[in-house]
Design a protein around this ligand. Structure first.
Ligand SMILES: O=C(CO)[C@H](O)[C@H](O)COP(=O)(O)O
Length: 153
């Protein structure tokens, strides 16, 4: 897959993610402080640019990082069509895929160790979206909320 990866800071975790994603065979598109020549290093810009790459079709999915992970997830979720989930463990990542059809993984640079990040990536990539009727209804509700609060731009 093509994975957009953003961060407002380069850390051991972002270095790990780039290496690990490439080793898993993904093409990695970099945004923010981890990219060369990207002036948009602040978390709202870096994260929304990665999210935009997903809705534009430039990337299949994104991973967005900031110190807490909260700002990166909030910014990504402002992009129409994005369902970003801040995950601190593999079980949360699994649930975000099954029940939320999450297409953006948000990570905290502060709270995510390398071994936990590896478990989160395993769960993220191996867990399919649930397509059962009840779950599809919840996803339709999310789309309805998005339409209700969208300015139409
Ligand atoms: O977690 C974050 C946003 O949610 C940012 O990474 C954090 O605010 C960056 O702070 P600073 O620029 O002072 O290092």
């Amino acid at each position: 897959m093509r994975i957009a990866l953003s961060s407002d800071e380069r850390t051991e975790l972002t270095d790990f993610l780039i290496r690990e994603l490439r080793e898993r065979g993904h093409e990695v598109l970099l945004f923010g402080a981890i990219a060369e020549n990207d002036p948009d290093v602040d978390w709202p810009l870096a994260s929304s640019r990665a999210a935009r790459a997903v809705v534009n079709g430039e990337a299949d999915e994104a991973i967005v990082c900031c110190w807490t992970g909260t700002g990166a997830s909030i910014a990504a979720n402002k992009v129409r069509g994005i369902r970003a989930a801040l995950c601190h463990d593999a079980e949360t990542a699994r649930g975000a895929r099954i029940w939320n059809h999450a297409n953006v993984l948000a990570l905290s640079l502060r709270a995510t160790s390398i071994p936990i990040a590896k478990e989160i990536l395993d769960a993220w990539f191996e867990t399919p979206f649930s397509e059962d009727e009840w779950n599809l209804q919840q996803m339709a509700r999310i789309r309805a909320l998005e339409a209700e609060f969208s300015s139409g731009e």
